[in-house]
Design a protein around this ligand. Structure first.
Ligand code: SF4
Ligand code: SF4
Length: 133
């Protein structure tokens, strides 16, 4: 697949890298994966559990916001939906927007060093072979 590039970012992203990546964006250092109310309904329906049970079992609350729980892994922390053995997201079809839009987060427009280090699919502009906008 061709690399994807978006306005305002000094890097491109090749989704093919996800096939061999051990899921660096789902595990490692702690980070909030926010889940808004529409996503809660969508994910709980996908898991076929009641919304309240879903929130209690899978989400942490920070003020009025909710994020995916994390669990301790060998190399740090990992998202509760990350399947350790297969190294895959167990709710991939209904994953939160933050996961869908990674690595093109506004935050990375001004400081891409972190995402370049973290994601093997990210390449600096100028090193990309082919680009799809
Ligand atoms: S870190 Fe990058 S390459 Fe790895 S799974 Fe996440 S988006 Fe894909
Ligand atoms: S919801 Fe899925 S894609 Fe998002 S961080 Fe968790 S395991 Fe990764």
């Amino acid at each position: 697949m061709e690399s994807i590039q978006k306005d305002g970012f000094d890097f491109g992203f090749n989704p093919d890298a996800c096939e061999t990546c051990p899921g660096h964006c789902c595990c490692g250092e702690s980070g909030k994966v926010w889940v808004h109310h529409v996503e809660m309904s969508r994910i709980s329906a996908f898991l076929q559990i009641h919304l309240i049970d879903f929130m209690e079992r899978y989400l942490d609350r920070s003020g009025n916001r909710f994020s995916c729980k994390e669990r301790v892994a060998d190399d740090g922390l990992e998202c509760i939906f990350f399947q350790g053995a297969e190294r895959k997201c167990s709710i991939y079809p209904v994953r939160p927007d933050g996961c869908r839009t990674y690595p093109f987060w506004d935050h990375f427009k001004t400081c891409s060093d972190q995402v370049v280090r973290e994601c093997p699919g990210v390449q600096r502009v100028g090193t990309i072979q082919s680009v799809r906008k």
